[in-house]
Design a binder for this molecule. Structure first.
Ligand code: MLT
Length: 315
C-alpha cells in the first residue's frame, strides 16, 4: 500500500527521488476518483496535491496514518488547515516559489492588452495585414492599481515601474509606512480610490471569506471608464457574471483572467467576447517555478516522514 499519494500532475527530479525512497501512488487524475483516493488514504502517511484536490476535514479524518499534507503551490484554500492542525497533521506548501512566474504572467497580460497582441496575431494569421486596426497604447504613464500588495503584488509593481507606470495599491494587512511602499514609490490608497483611479487593476489577494466576490457589480461600476482588469489570483475573488456584464457594456476596456470561479470552467462563458484573454490557471507554470515548488514540497514530505524538520510549514 502507498506511503505517499500524489493526486495531481506534480513531477520533476525531486518527485523522482521521492518515488525511489517511498512507496508512492502517483496519479494525476486521482483527485477526481473519490473511491480510489479514499482507499489510498486509509494507509498513506503523506498526500501531495495542487489546487484541484479538496483536502477536507472528512478526508483528513478518514486517513488514520496521515502525517503530512503537501500543497504544491502557495494557495491553501483547498486544504482545511484547521482540521489538519486539530488532528496533528503537518501542512507544508510552497509560499514563495512560484510568485515570480505569477507576477510575470500579470505583466504579460498587461503588455498584451495594451497592444492587443493576441488579436493582431489572430488577424495576421488569418491572412490580413491590418496595421492601422491595431493602434494600442503604452503602459508608460498609466496608473497600475494593485489589489493585494504582498509578495506577488510587489513583484508586479517593481517590474511595472520599469515600464514607467505609477503604482497605487490597496492591502488591508500592509501599513502605509512599510519600507517597501516607499522603496517602490507606491501610494497606499483605499479600495474605492484605487478602483476609481487605476487604468490597470491587477488582483493579488488570497481567497478568504472576505475576498470572495471582492469584485462584483459595484466594484466594476466604480472602475474608471476604459480600465483593464487582470486576475491571476483566485477565480472566486471575482463574480464572473458581473465581469462579463462589464465587458459586454465596454465599461471595462478589457480583462485577462487566468483563474475561474469553477476550474475547469463550463463551456461557453466569455467565448463570445473579443475583449477578454483567458488562460487555464497557468500563472505558476513556468519551468523554473515548478522546479522550485516540487523540490520544496518533496523535500518537506521527506523531512516529515523521516522525523526531520520541514522548511515551509503552514502555521
Ligand atoms: C498557487 O496557489 O500556488 C497557484 O495558484 C498554483 C496552483 O494552484 O497550483
Amino acid at each position: 500500500m502507498p506511503d505517499v499519494i500524489v493526486t495531481e500532475n506534480i513531477s520533476g527530479p525531486a518527485m523522482d527521488s521521492l518515488q525511489q525512497e517511498f512507496q508512492v501512488l502517483w496519479d494525476a487524475m486521482l483527485w477526481k476518483d473519490t473511491d480510489r483516493l479514499e482507499a489510498a488514504l486509509a494507509e498513506a502517511r503523506a498526500i501531495v496535491v495542487r489546487n484541484q484536490t479538496q483536502v477536507t476535514e472528512e478526508l483528513i479524518t478518514m486517513s488514520p496514518n496521515l502525517r503530512v499534507i503537501a500543497r504544491a503551490g502557495a494557495g491553501l484554500d483547498n486544504v482545511d488547515t484547521e482540521a489538519a492542525a486539530r488532528r496533528g497533521v503537518t501542512v507544508v506548501y510552497a509560499p514563495r516559489e512560484n510568485s515570480l512566474a505569477v507576477a510575470e504572467l500579470a505583466l504579460g497580460f498587461m503588455l498584451n492588452l495594451a497592444r492587443d497582441i493576441t488579436a493582431a496575431h489572430n488577424d495576421t494569421k488569418g491572412g490580413n495585414w491590418n496595421r492601422s486596426q491595431f493602434v494600442g497604447s503604452e503602459l508608460s504613464g498609466k496608473t497600475l492599481g494593485l489589489v493585494g500588495f504582498g509578495r506577488i503584488g510587489q513583484m508586479v509593481a517593481r517590474r511595472a515601474k520599469a515600464f514607467g507606470m505609477k503604482i497605487i495599491a490597496f492591502d488591508k494587512f500592509l501599513p502605509a509606512d512599510a519600507p517597501v511602499v516607499n522603496e517602490l514609490e507606491a501610494a497606499m490608497v483605499s479600495f474605492n480610490e484605487l478602483l476609481q483611479t487605476a487604468d490597470y487593476v491587477s488582483c493579488h489577494v488570497p481567497l478568504l471569506e472576505d475576498t470572495r466576490h471582492l469584485f462584483s457589480v459595484e466594484q466594476f461600476n466604480a472602475m474608471k471608464e476604459g480600465a483593464v482588469f487582470i486576475n491571476t489570483s483566485r477565480g472566486e475573488v471575482v463574480d464572473e457574471d458581473a465581469l462579463y456584464d462589464a465587458l459586454v457594456a465596454n465599461s471595462l476596456r478589457a480583462a485577462a483572467i487566468d483563474v475561474r470561479e469553477t476550474e475547469p470552467p463550463g463551456p461557453g462563458r466569455f467565448d463570445d467576447l473579443d475583449n477578454v484573454l483567458v488562460t487555464p490557471h497557468i500563472g505558476a507554470f513556468s519551468i523554473e517555478a515548478q522546479q522550485r515548488v516540487v523540490t520544496t514540497v518533496c523535500n518537506d514530505v521527506r523531512a516529515v516522514l523521516t522525523g526531520e524538520d520541514p522548511v515551509s510549514v503552514f502555521v
